[in-house]
Design a protein around this ligand. Structure first.
Ligand SMILES: [Fe+2]
Ligand SMILES: [Fe+2]
Length: 358
C-alpha cells in the first residue's frame, strides 16, 4: 500500500508524496456542519467552565512540545519491512484524523467570528493544536521518505454533513478515545522501552493532554445543551454514537494488529482497555454508558471484527467484483446483526450514577 516514489519516476508530480489510502467506512472522515445553528448555541449553562477552558487553551502548555529533537536524526533502516508498513498506515490514519479535526475547527472558528466570540476563539485554539499534531505526524512520515499532501487532501476528500449535535457527540468521543489511545501506548512503552522503535511515542504524554482538553471543551458544550443529555432521544443517540465509535475502533485495531504487535501490545487487550476507559470517561458527559461488562459485549464486537477481517481478505482477492459482492453480503449482514444486538444491550444510566455521587 505504501510506495516510496523514486525521484526520477515519470508522471509523478512530487517525490515522496503519498496518495492517501482509499476511503473506506473505517477511514477517518471529514466533516462539515450547520454553522448557523453552531453560532446561535446558548452556552450560558456552562459559561464558567468554558471561560476556564479558554484560559487553559490560551496558556498553550504544549507551545514548545512539538519540536523534533536529535533522536529523530538517525537512520530507520533497522525497522523491518512489515513493521514499517503497518507503522506508515498508523501514521497516515492518525495524520488524516488530526487534520480532519483541524479543518473542522478552523472552519467553525471562521464562521463563528463576530457572532460567538468565545466559541470562535476556542475553535481557533483547538485548530492550532490539531495543526501541530497533523504536522508532527506528517514529518514523521517524511522520515520514511513519504508525506501526505494535506492541501490536496483538503480539496479531494468528501465532506460528510453532520448536524452540530452529532458533531458535539462524535468529536467529544473522538477526543477522549484519542486521549486513551495515546496515553495507553505511552504508558506501555514506558514499561517496555525496548519496543520503542521510533521517538514519536515519547511525545504522546503531553500530546494526549491536548486531546483531553479538547474533550473537556466538548463536554462543556454537550452539557450546555439539555436536549443532548436530558431527553430519551439523547439517550438513544448517545448509545448509537458510543457503539459506532467503539465498533470502528475495534475493527480498525484488529485490521492493524501488526502495528500493535510491533509495539509489544496485544491488539485485543489494547482495544478493550481503550473502549472500557473511554466508555467510563464518557459517562461524565453522556446520559448513558454502554455495559462493557455484559458477557456478550466484547465477544460480539470481536465477532464483528472477525467478519470484517474476512471482508478485507475478499477485497484483496482477484475475483470478479460481483463474486466479491456475493461473498461479502452475508458477512456485512452478520456485522449489522451483531451491532444491532449490541445496541440493544441495556446501557448504564450515567445520570442516575451522577445523582448518587452527589
Ligand atoms: Fe489532536
Ligand atoms: Fe484534539
Amino acid at each position: 500500500m505504501v510506495n516510496t516514489l523514486p525521484q526520477s519516476a515519470p508522471k509523478q508530480p512530487k517525490a515522496g508524496v503519498k496518495d492517501p489510502s482509499e476511503e473506506t467506512i473505517l477511514t477517518p472522515r471529514f466533516y462539515t456542519t450547520d454553522f448557523e445553528t453552531a453560532a446561535s448555541l446558548d452556552l450560558s449553562a456552562q459559561e464558567t467552565e468554558l471561560e476556564a477552558m479558554l484560559q487553559e487553551m490560551r496558556a498553550d502548555y504544549n507551545r514548545h512540545h512539538f519540536v523534533r529533537d536529535e533522536t529523530f536524526e538517525q537512520s530507520w533502516e533497522h525497522i523491518d519491512e512489515e513493521a514499517r508498513r503497518s507503522f506508515m498506515e498508523y501514521l497516515e490514519r492518525s495524520c488524516i484524523s488530526e487534520f480532519s479535526g483541524f479543518l473542522l475547527f478552523k472552519e467553525l472558528s471562521r464562521r463563528l467570528k463576530g457572532r460567538n466570540p468565545l466559541l470562535a476563539e476556542m475553535f481557533q485554539l483547538m485548530a492550532r493544536d490539531e495543526a501541530r499534531h497533523a504536522g508532527f505526524l506528517n514529518k514523521a512520515m517524511g522520515d520514511f521518505k513519504l508525506s501526505l499532501d494535506l492541501a490536496h487532501v483538503t480539496k479531494t476528500r468528501t465532506y460528510t454533513f453532520f448536524p452540530i449535535e452529532w458533531v458535539i457527540y462524535t468529536v467529544y468521543l473522538s477526543e477522549k478515545i484519542g486521549y486513551w489511545r495515546y496515553i495507553i501506548i505511552y504508558r506501555h512503552l514506558q514499561k517496555h522501552p525496548e519496543n520503542q522503535f521510533y521517538p514519536i511515542f515519547r511525545y504522546f504524554e503531553s500530546w494526549c493532554q491536548d486531546e483531553n482538553r479538547h474533550g473537556d471543551i466538548f463536554k462543556a458544550l454537550l452539557r450546555s445543551q439539555p436536549q443532548l443529555w436530558k431527553t430519551w432521544k439523547a439517550r438513544l443517540w448517545s448509545r448509537f454514537f458510543l457503539l459506532s465509535v467503539f465498533a470502528t475502533h475495534t475493527l480498525t485495531v484488529h485490521e492493524r494488529s501488526g502495528f500493535y504487535h510491533s509495539l509489544g501490545l496485544d491488539a485485543t487487550e489494547f482495544d478493550r482497555q481503550v473502549v472500557c476507559n473511554t466508555n467510563e470517561t464518557a459517562g461524565r458527559a453522556f446520559p448513558v454508558m454502554l455495559n462493557t461488562e455484559h458477557p456478550d459485549f466484547f465477544p460480539r464486537l470481536q465477532r464483528c471484527s472477525d467478519y470484517n477481517l474476512k471482508l478485507v481478505e475478499i477485497d484483496c482477492s482477484t475475483q470478479p467484483k460481483f463474486v466479491k459482492l456475493i461473498r461479502k453480503l452475508p458477512l456485512v449482514t452478520a456485522i449489522i446483526w451483531n451491532l444491532l444486538l449490541l445496541y440493544l444491550i441495556k446501557p448504564i444510566d450515567a445520570e442516575a450514577l451522577r445523582e448518587t455521587v452527589r
